[in-house]
Design a protein around this ligand. Structure first.
Ligand code: ADP
Ligand code: ADP
Length: 230
């Protein structure tokens, strides 16, 4: 994984002509291969912070770097994998084609990646569904496709915003176990936004708590790990 670093990040939105500050001086360093969970009340700026890290939103102050580079450059190089609460699959494309989508976006060869695509589909347990279209899949299976898709460019950084937020508790647990297995295999630097504190503690080696308006970091919990560290 690459280091993911937020340095004194500040962000405001223009709302009815006035600047509405949503993030105020976030300093956060995610070391290569680490797993950080980001929790905090609704509206404290977690999703905004993730969109900034994806290179989709400019900052007003400070900087974010991925392996020392700007996020938009890292994204265009395929070094960022993303997964959201809504799997956002293309309904007319089958599982294999949906997993391959980021390669299309980056103009990379799908033929050369064919073995990796099949590996990722197997990694999320969908071997039997590689030709199925999203309408034939359950919610959990669609999220699995989205997770496989997030890995297809071999990203060094994974950014996830409530990827299992729409799933029931039992399925969430199962997906968390799968996510942990994937993280152990891939060692991408991972930043996960979640509302589940038990999920955060279970998965992450560090839980960062945001709060306030504008959002800032109000606490950090280091989770002692019994599993192998990167
Ligand atoms: P969280 O993910 O913690 O719930 P968000 O990052 O989604 O928080 O939002 C933080 C604040 O920024 C909220 O008050 C939200 O209404 C505001 N906000 C988010 N996106 C925009 C936008 N595009 N324009 C204006 N305000 C926004
Ligand atoms: P208890 O009720 O005894 O505190 P939990 O119900 O929290 O135990 O956890 C039971 C098992 O599930 C444990 O082995 C734990 O590691 C695992 N686990 C806990 N939370 C999660 C989660 N969010 N996702 C996957 N596994 C989890």
């Amino acid at each position: 994984g690459d280091a993911l670093e937020f340095r004194e990040v500040g962000k405001s939105y223009a709302v009815r002509g006035a600047a509405l500050p949503v993030i105020d001086g976030i300093d956060l360093a995610c070391p290569p291969g680490s797993f950080t969970a980001l929790i905090g009340p609704s509206g404290c700026g977690k999703s905004t912070l993730l969109r900034i890290a994806m290179g989709l939103e400019p900052v007003d102050a400070g900087a974010v770097t991925i392996g020392g580079q700007r996020p938009d450059i890292a994204r265009k190089a395929g070094r960022i994998g993303v997964a959201f609460q809504d799997a956002a699959l293309l309904p007319w494309r089958n599982v294999t084609e949906n997993v391959a989508l980021p390669l299309d976006v980056l103009g990379r060869s799908k033929r050369r990646a064919a073995a990796e695509i099949q590996h990722l589909i197997a990694l999320v347990g969908l071997e039997k569904f590689r030709s199925a279209v999203p309408a034939e899949l359950s919610g959990g299976m669609r999220q699995r496709v989205a997770i496989a898709r997030s890995l297809v460019t071999s990203p060094t950084v994974l950014l996830m915003d409530e990827p299992f937020g729409a799933l029931d508790l039992i399925l969430r647990r199962q997906m968390n176990l799968e996510l942990q297995r994937i993280w152990l295999e891939r060692r991408a630097t991972t930043l996960l936004v979640t509302h589940g504190i038990d999920e955060a503690v279970f998965l992450a080696d560090r839980v960062v708590v945001m709060g306030g308006r504008p959002g800032r970091i109000v606490g950090t919990i280091d989770v002692p790990l019994e599993r192998p560290r990167p």
